[in-house]
Design a protein around this ligand. Structure first.
Ligand code: PTJ
Length: 249
C-alpha cells in the first residue's frame, strides 16, 4: 500500500484491491472474493467512486433502523472483514449490534481467521462459530447461523450478499440492510434498505449518521425510516450509472 502515491487518481481503488489481496493471503477472503471485488470496482467506477446523495439517504435510514432495532446483527463475510474490520467493530459498538461471521464458502479455517481478525480489531465477541440454527429455505452453507445471533435478530446488515440468503432472511421477517454496488443485483432489490455504495465508504458513513442520531427520539428515527424510498434509491443509482448524471463527464 505504501507504494501507491496518495495523489494517484485511482488511489482508493488500488488500496481496496490491495486489502482484498492481503485478505486472500491471510486466509480471510475467498478466491471468489477477488472476482466480487472486480465486479464491485466496475460499478464503483460508473458511480463516480463517491457516495451519491441517494446512498447517503440510505445510510442515514440504515443508521436509524439499526438504532431502532431490538437486536441488530452485522453479518460479516471474507470481503467485508478484509476491507473494513475496524469500521465494522466501531459501527457495532455505536448501535449496539452483534457481529456474526457468515460465509458463502464456509470453512472452519476461514471462520476462525475472520473471527480472530475482528477480535484483533477490537471486537469483544464474534458470533457465527456455533452455527446452531439454520435459515429455512436455503440449502448452502450460508444457511448456518447462531441461534442467539442472526437467527434471533430483527434487523440484519448484510454486505456483498448473494440473492438467496437475502430473500430467505426477508421471508423470516427480518428487516434487511444490504450494501452492494450493483443496483441490479437481487439482494439490494430484496432489501428494505438497499445501500448502493462501496462498503469502505458506507460503513463509516452509517456510523457517522448513527452518532448524530444517537439522542434522537424514537418517532424521529421512525420517520427517517418511513420516509426512505427503496425503489427510488435503486432507480437513482441506476440513473447515475446509465447517464453519469451529476458527474463531470
Ligand atoms: O466470504 P464469502 O465466502 O462469504 O464470499 C463472499 C463473496 C463476496 C465472494 C460472495 O458473497 C459472492 O460471490 O458474492 P457475489 O455474488 O460476487 O456478489 C458480490 C456483490 O458485491 C456484487 O454485486 C458486487 O458488485 C458487490 N461488491 C463487490 N465489492 C464491493 C461490493 N459492494 C460494495 N462494496 C464493495 N467493496
Amino acid at each position: 500500500t505504501e507504494d501507491i502515491p496518495s495523489d494517484h487518481p485511482r488511489h482508493d481503488s488500488l488500496v481496496t484491491r490491495h486489502r482484498i489481496e492481503a485478505g486472500v493471503d491471510a486466509g480471510i477472503t475467498s478466491r471468489q472474493g477477488l472476482i466480487a471485488e472486480g465486479r464491485g470496482e466496475a460499478f464503483d467506477y460508473l458511480l463516480g467512486e463517491e457516495t451519491i446523495p441517494s446512498a447517503d439517504d440510505a445510510e442515514r435510514a440504515a443508521a436509524a433502523q439499526l438504532l431502532l432495532a431490538e437486536h441488530p446483527v452485522l453479518s460479516v463475510n471474507g470481503n467485508a472483514a478484509a476491507l473494513v474490520p475496524e469500521e465494522l467493530v466501531e459501527l457495532a459498538e455505536t448501535v449496539g449490534a452483534d457481529l456474526e461471521v457468515n460465509l458463502f464458502n464456509r470453512t472452519p479455517e476461514r471462520m476462525e481467521a475472520i473471527a480472530d481478525h475482528l477480535q484483533a480489531h477490537g471486537a469483544p465477541d464474534v458470533k457465527g462459530l456455533d452455527a446452531d440454527e439454520r435459515i429455512p429455505g436455503i440449502d448452502h452453507e450460508r444457511a448456518r447461523v447462531d441461534a442467539d445471533g442472526i437467527y434471533d435478530a430483527d434487523v440484519v446488515l448484510v454486505p456483498l450478499e448473494d440473492g438467496d440468503r437475502a430473500e430467505a432472511l426477508a421471508e423470516m421477517g427480518k428487516v434487511e440492510i444490504v450494501i452492494d454496488l450493483n443496483p441490479l443485483s437481487r439482494s439490494p432489490r430484496t432489501a428494505a434498505i438497499p445501500v448502493i455504495d462501496n462498503i469502505i465508504r458506507a460503513i463509516p458513513n452509517i456510523t457517522a449518521h448513527a452518532r448524530s442520531l444517537e439522542s434522537a427520539e424514537r418517532d424521529e428515527l421512525e420517520a427517517i425510516v418511513a420516509d426512505f424510498d427503496a425503489e427510488r434509491a435503486l432507480h437513482e443509482a441506476e440513473e447515475r450509472i446509465r447517464t453519469g448524471a451529476g458527474q463531470e463527464q
